[in-house]
Structures are given as C-alpha cells and as structure tokens.
Design a protein around this ligand. Structure first.
Ligand code: ROI
Length: 177
C-alpha cells in the first residue's frame, strides 16, 4: 500500500460541487481508501487572468493501485465530470493531478511524480501542507526543501480557505465527555 497525494482543481460549472463530488469519488476508487482531505481553497488563476478563480484541494489516498493504474482511474474520473479544457492554461471543469506516490520518483511519458511544477504553485502547496501535517509521518520534502520552506518563497496571500477539512469517512470521531 502507498500513500498517494492528489491535487484537485476546478473553475467551471459549480467548482465547489465539482471538487466536493470528486473528493467523494476518490474515496471510492478500487483498492483505495481516502485517508485525509484538505479544506477547499479559492485561488486566483495561474495563467490567463480573464477566467474565474479556481477551487483547489488535496486528497490523500491509501492505495494498492500502481501509479499508472491510479492515473487511469483519475483520468476516467475527470471524464465522468465531462472534463472540459477550453484552452491551454484556461478554465477547466476538473483537473486531478497525481502529485506524490509514496517516496517514488517516476519519469514516464504519461506521468511524472513528484508533479514537476507543484513546488512552485501555492494553490497546490497550501492544501498539501494542511493534509500532510496529518497524514505524513515525516515532513514532506521536495527537491531538498520542506513544504514550509517552499511556501515561504511563494506569495499565497490571495489564497482563501473556504471550508474546513472534514474528518475522513473511515475514521469515527467519538466525543470524550
Ligand atoms: N490556477 C489555479 N489557481 N488553480 C489551478 O488548479 C490551476 N490549474 C491550471 C492552470 C490553468 C495552470 N491554472 C490554475 O491548470
């Protein structure tokens, strides 16, 4: 079993609903369970500015799927959301990126892990920092720096948290009083 970190993004057709539904669906992937999900964040678009803000989040999934089998599942899920990409770096209905898969480095034509641009994108690192604090045993490192070190180098002042993280469905929270 490996821990896979998935980045979610949407800025078309009710992005909050797209991302919430995709988080649910990620929990239902074969041989996988949802370990943690970040809050949802409203983030200014990277790329052309004449498009709506994005909703971004990160999910952590424990999986027995191989990285390429996971990629196939993510692409099928994007298609079920009738993924639209209107232009390069333009608006999209649902993007699912395999950011990290355990400690693995993967360099394949279809898949590069860690995701090659994640360390320079605050809309990925802010939700990732939120979930990795809960899910990872040690601080995540990217190119010899911790997430916090990368975050200090990026402007994330315009990123707004719009909902709280929910407890993973597999975990039962019991009141103690
Ligand atoms: N910008 C933001 N804020 N969030 C995204 O998920 C996102 N995804 C993209 C591009 C168009 C590069 N810009 C984005 O693919």
């Amino acid at each position: 079993m490996a821990l896979a970190y998935i980045g979610l993004g949407s800025n078309l057709e009710n992005p909050v609903a797209q991302v919430r539904q995709a988080l649910d669906e990620l929990g239902g992937l074969p041989l996988s369970s949802l370990v943690a999900q970040s809050s949802l964040y409203a983030t200014p678009p990277l790329g052309p500015q004449d498009q709506p803000d994005f909703i971004n989040a990160v999910a952590v999934i424990k999986t027995a799927l191989s990285p390429l089998a996971m990629l196939d599942q993510l692409q099928a899920l994007e298609q079920r959301h009738r993924r639209q990409r209107l232009r390069h770096w333009g608006p999209r209905t649902l993007d699912l990126d395999l950011l990290l898969y355990g400690q693995q480095t993967i360099e394949r034509p279809r898949l590069r892990v860690p995701h090659p641009h994640m360390h320079e994108r605050a809309f990925v690192l802010v939700p990732l920092a939120e979930v990795s604090a809960a899910a990872a045993e040690q601080p995540l490192m990217l190119h010899q720096q911790t997430l916090d070190q990368w975050l200090t180098q990026l402007d994330h002042s315009a990123i707004k948290r719009i909902s709280n993280a929910e407890a993973p469905k597999s975990v039962t929270v019991t009141a103690t009083s």
